[in-house]
Design a protein around this ligand. Structure first.
Ligand code: HAS
Length: 594
């Protein structure tokens, strides 16, 4: 079927199963929009990744200059976090969502909607990028108050988020309803269910963020308000901020459930288990935000404990995923001739260059990193253990094996895959494409171990410790015991960057290769081994109702407490970076022994 920029009538096809694997051709405006939704964030990601290298070298005390190419430490940290964790992920989730809906439902996307979404996202990103690059927004990617940025940062972020939700309301929901009318007895394709769950959650969490941005951050930045309640801002931010991590994760889970089993040579072990995992994410992803605020005064411990309990519940769908994915891998490996208790591990296509099998390397490397990310996440979630690791380098290790691990690797792999399909070319420089995820994984395993150790030793996060605790000339603060592992962490970070550069070689080669076939969208969708229909996981509606109820139960009182017990702070409004910076020399002098 050809999907052009114009509206096309859908084709009647038998069932959801028979659709999977059918390619749709992509041309015109939709092809341009999809390709640019993948390429624009990738270009920004190059800057984001290089600034990550700067962070790790600066923190280890290997670079001690006040800035690099004019970019100062917190400015670089903000760019690194916002580009990698917000811009790259959001653009990818929309592009991938569009491609999945097109491919699975075989219904066209509306060109007007897609252009509106594109313009808002690109325009918003440019505004926020201007604020960050000119030093007017050094508020980090967790931009809650009382830190203040220039108003363009907030407006830019708002436009990006509005643009990202438009396709959900104006394309995907109408297309799903139309598909449902045509196929009243068919099961919604699994990838479509995962995508709809993800963007339903996305919509629900954008709302609390919008409240703090529109009613607290913007008025403060513009100097229209002179007082603010930072506790309320943080509670609203984390209402958004934890589910945000599952907004990053679910596109990866869609790939793990629907594509990885086929690449491994087998079938998805259980379709109902996969559906249950997605629906449990909807239920438990949002009412857990207080686990970021365990140490925050003003919120009572009973509610923090409730959120801690729900945080353990949100780990459940990942445990289900670990089991289902492992079983699917085993099934695939045994189809390839694998035998014995562990002997089948050798029959997986770790290094295969055949067809699309190179993509397997991205998923398996991501899964191995996610084992570390999952374990450290469980530690973070524990109310008492969190006191040991909160605000330390440990947390940085955790999120570089989750969002920086499975999420980034699967997004990079799928970007390369889709760019090749949408351009009608074969993936170029496959050995580089294959080496990239393994180098990245090895780098971040080393990085994770090193940062976990320095975190347990007490090394803080969000701090340029290279010019304080790791500066031997600083008699008061110097911590030689942090030095070794900080350098090991820098080595890990550098190795991951080498992996990324290897990926860049393949992506750029693919981007400029001569087309050999018509552009298309196709995915290696696996069939399910166990596919018994279970009514509990077929209908979204009861899950959405239960989700809303659980959010209301979990957030009504904490929000009331934040409003009534939060300390109201006087604020001067936005001030330029120069007036806020403590010169490096002054910092050194302030911390010298008399
Ligand atoms: Fe987290 C902080 C708890 C998952 C991201 N998290 C963060 C921050 C980020 C982040 C960015 O409770 C920092 C925010 C900031 O800047 O302040 N997190 C959890 C828990 C989970 C979890 C319980 N986090 C994620 C994911 C993220 C992410 C996913 C990004 C995508 N996190 C926390 C807490 C904090 C936190 C506290 C606040 C800490 C503080 O004090 O500030 C769980 O969802 C994790 C469940 C995962 C598993 C792993 C399952 C394993 C699988 C792999 C199987 C492998 C196979 C391969 C099959 C249970 C699926 C085997 C094959 C072979 C060949 C071996």
């Amino acid at each position: 079927m050809q999907i052009t920029g114009d509206y096309l009538k859908s084709v009647a096809v038998g069932s959801a199963q028979s659709r999977s694997g059918d390619a749709v051709q992509a041309t015109g405006a939709i092809r341009f929009i999809l390709l640019s939704q993948l390429i624009i964030p990738f270009i920004l990601l190059i800057l984001g990744v290089l600034l990550g290298l700067y962070q790790v070298l600066a923190r280890a005390g290997i670079i001690r200059s006040a800035d690099i190419f004019g970019i100062k430490y917190y400015q670089g940290l903000t760019l690194h976090g916002v580009i990698n964790a917000i811009v790259f992920t959001t653009f990818f989730a929309v592009a991938f969502g569009n491609a999945i809906m097109l491919h699975q439902l075989k219904r066209p996307l509306k060109v007007g909607v897609q252009w509106a979404s594109w313009l808002l996202m690109v325009g918003g990103t440019l505004m926020a990028a201007w604020a960050m690059l000119t030093g007017r927004a050094t508020v980090l990617y967790t931009f809650y108050l009382p830190m203040v940025a220039h108003w363009t940062f907030y407006v830019g972020a708002t436009l990006l988020l509005i643009g990202s939700i438009l396709p959900y309301f104006l394309d995907w929901i109408p297309n799903t309803l139309a598909w449902r009318r045509e196929n009243p007895n068919a099961k919604l394709p699994l990838a479509v269910l995962g995508n709809l769950v993800n963007f339903t959650m996305w919509f629900l969490i954008i709302l609390p963020l919008a409240v703090t941005v529109l009613f607290q951050m913007l008025p403060m930045s513009l100097g229209l308000a002179s007082e603010v309640n930072p506790l309320l801002s943080r509670t609203l931010f984390w209402f958004f901020g934890h589910a945000l991590v599952y907004f990053w994760l679910l596109p990866s889970y869609i790939m793990l459930y629907t594509m990885l089993p086929k690449l491994a040579g087998g079938k998805l072990y259980s379709d109902p288990a996969a559906r249950l995992a997605f629906l449990l994410f909807l239920l438990f992803s949002i009412p857990v935000g207080l686990h970021h605020q365990y140490t925050e005064g003003g919120l009572s411990s009973g509610w923090k404990l409730w959120h801690a309990f729900l945080t353990f519940m949100v780990a459940l769908p990942s445990f289900i995923t670990a089991f289902t994915v492992a079983a699917s891998l085993e099934h695939g490996a045994r189809q390839n001739g694998g035998q014995g208790l562990f002997g089948w591990w050798s029959k997986l296509p770790y290094w295969s260059r055949e067809g699309d099998k190179w993509l397997f390397a991205y998923f398996i490397s991501g899964l191995i990193l996610f084992l570390f990310g999952g374990i450290t996440g469980i530690v973070n979630a524990s109310y008492s253990l969190n006191l040991v690791v909160h605000n330390t380098a440990w947390i940085v290790g955790h999120f570089h094996t989750t969002v920086g691990g499975l999420v980034t690797l699967s997004f990079l792999g799928m970007t390369l895959y889709l760019v090749a399909r949408l351009r009608g070319v074969d993936v170029k420089a496959k050995p580089f494409a294959l080496a990239a995820p393994y180098l990245w994984m090895l780098g971040f395993v080393i990085f994770e171990i090193a940062l976990s150790i320095t975190g347990l030793q007490g090394a803080p996060r969000r701090s340029n410790i290279g010019i304080s605790y790791l500066d031997p000339s600083n008699e008061l603060l110097y911590r030689p015991d942090w030095l070794f592992w900080s350098h090991v962490g820098a080595l890990g970070g550098a190795l991951a960057v080498v992996g990324f550069l290897s990926y860049v070689v393949s992506l750029v080669g693919t981007l400029f290769a001569k087309p050999v076939r018509a552009p298309e969208i196709d995915f290696p969708i696996a069939e399910a081994l166990h596919d018994t229909p279970i009514p509990l996981v077929v209908n979204l509606r009861p899950w959405v109702t239960a989700t809303l109820a659980l959010i209301a139960i979990s957030y009504t009182y904490p929000l009331y407490e934040s409003m009534t017990r939060g300390v109201i702070t006087k604020v001067p409004g936005y001030q330029s970076i120069e007036s806020n910076l403590v010169p490096q020399q002054t910092l050194r002098e302030q911390t010298k022994l008399p």
